[in-house]
Write a protein that binds this ligand. Sequence first.
Ligand code: PLP
Length: 400
Amino acid sequence: MTDLFSKFDPLIQQRETLLETGLTDPFNLVMERVESPTVAICNGKRTILLGTYNYMGMTFDPDVVAAGKKALDEFGSGTTGSRVLNGTYQGHRECEAALRDFYAMDHAMVFSTGYQANLGVISTIAGKEDYIVLDIDSHASIYDGCALGNAQIVPFRHNDIEALEKRLKRIPEGAGKLVVLEGVYSMLGDIAPLREMVAVSKANGAMVLVDEAHSMGFIGENGRGVAEAQGVIDDVDFIIGTFSKSVGTVGGFCVSNHPKFEILRLVCRPYVFTASLPPSVVATAATSIRKLMDSADKRAHLWENSKRLHAGLRQLGFTLGTDEPQSAIIAVIMPDLEKGAAMWEALLNEGLYVNLARPPATPAGMTLLRCSLCALHTEEQVGEILGMFAAAGRATGCIS
Ligand SMILES: Cc1ncc(COP(=O)(O)O)c(C=O)c1O
């Protein structure tokens, strides 16, 4: 018998070597208690959270929590069914209405996760004969959506407008074309030049899907994302998003003005062949989305936090993923995995949680400490965070 697990041996070896040094496992941390969107207890210690994508801090919002409790009491713990059978409750409809209002679009479809939203929409609209042109740094759920639909995949260099245009021009005349982009790329926290890319895509007869997972709620005048901020939201055919970041719960969605959009509810397998979100989840999501419509002050404070952290880390001597802060993600580039893991642990010991990211999830084989800010981080907390980076950076030799 061939052990089907033998393909994982190099990864098992790498992990064991790292843990033999006595390092805390960076991918196995337990949040023992969560006190607020910005503070948890980890290893018995008060820890500032700087790696949760809880951008708008909605997880403990009293209205959001109350809506979830009410739905749990009134509708029970789960739907036990697909959206096309017994799994569409009033709450799912209300959640989709909140999304339509939030984006000012005609259609909204809620999935059980953002991963499934990409998987479902991409695989259903782009099939075997079609072409998907996508940024090479696209999220795993985008690649998996392409694979599930069996379309021809044409990747182009990250954020390279000319490369996108060249790829589009090489596709046979008359073929179905879908360009897939992200508003914010979550590894380095950089944004896409959507204005140019959407124009190039349209000029070459392609439909455009933009994943705004890391920009919804924060970027753009109404928090609709990078497409809104760059003035091209009306030219985007499909926006994908998640409830697991700014919305503060779990779930995914697609919004669109396409006149035939609703047919997806019958043909999209990751929508049809899975149970729908629990009533408490859609109730929290709907409440949160409606509150995000009216959150300009929080958006402004989050920008302040992002700028303050970016400038402070730079001043300490860290190498960052972007020259200027472009989103609520600030990526600190580490020289290698060993140093990155040591720095991650030193920060945790200081009382700070960030994400350690490493290849293959990262571009160009980088090891990153990814920081995601929250609108509820106070100015004092950002100061504390910078103090912890200074101490941990010096202790590990990452800065002098
Ligand atoms: C760009 C992007 N798209 C989609 C997803 C999937 O979202 P979810 O957590 O809702 O499955 C993520 C999550 O990390 C993401 O970063």
